[in-house]
Design a protein around this ligand. Structure first.
Ligand code: THU
Length: 160
C-alpha cells in the first residue's frame, strides 16, 4: 500500500483593495452582474466575470428555474457565454462574488463542484491555467492560480 498526500495552495487577501487594479475591476464587474441574478427560489445571488486574452470581460449570474435542476450557476453561465462568443480567446481570470440577497456575507464562496469541472475543461481546451478569485459580498478574497488547485484528481479528456 502506498499513501500519497495532495496539497493545494490558496492565497487569502484581507480585502479586494490588496489586489491589482485590473482584478479589482474584474471583481467590480462580477458584483455588478450579481445584481442580475435570477434567484427567486434560493435568494442567493452569484456573479462571475471572466477576463479574456483580448481584454474583453464576459460576465454571468445564476439563473434559476422552477424546475430546479434546469437552472444554471453564475460561473457556468459566464464561461459558456465566453466559449460561445469568443471561442478563440483564452480565459485568463475569473472573479466570483456571492451571498444572500438580504444579508451581508464576508465568507468567500468557492465555485461548486459542477462549475469547477466546467472551468477545468476550459483550462484543458486552452492549455493554460485560469486564475480564480472568489469572495462573499465584501471582505476577504481567495485566489488560486489554477482551477486545478480546487479540483485535485480531476477527470479530464485523457481518461477517455
Ligand atoms: N450557485 C452559483 O451560481 N454558483 C455556485 O458555484 C454555487 C451555487 C447558485 C445556484 C443557485 O442559483 C444558488 O446559487 C443557490 O445554490
Amino acid at each position: 500500500m502506498e499513501k500519497k498526500q495532495i496539497t493545494t495552495e490558496i492565497e487569502i487577501y484581507e480585502d479586494v483593495s490588496e489586489l491589482p487594479a485590473a482584478v479589482q475591476h474584474l471583481m467590480q464587474k462580477a458584483k455588478e452582474v450579481r445584481a442580475n441574478a435570477y434567484a427567486p427560489y434560493s435568494q442567493f445571488l452569484v456573479g462571475a466575470a471572466l477576463l479574456l486574452s483580448n481584454g474583453e470581460i464576459v460576465s454571468g449570474s445564476n439563473q434559476e428555474n422552477s424546475s430546479y435542476p434546469s437552472g444554471l450557476c453564475a460561473e457556468r453561465t459566464a464561461i459558456y457565454a465566453a466559449g460561445a462568443n469568443f471561442p478563440n480567446q483564452k480565459i485568463l481570470q475569473i472573479a466570483i462574488t456571492a451571498g444572500p440577497r438580504e444579508r451581508a456575507n464576508t465568507v468567500p464562496v468557492p465555485p461548486c463542484g459542477a462549475c469547477r469541472q466546467a472551468i477545468a475543461e476550459y483550462e484543458q481546451k486552452q492549455k493554460q491555467p485560469i486564475e480564480v478569485y472568489f469572495m462573499g459580498k465584501s471582505g476577504k478574497v481567495c485566489k488560486v492560480a489554477s482551477l486545478l488547485s480546487l479540483l485535485p484528481l480531476a477527470f479530464d479528456r485523457h481518461f477517455l
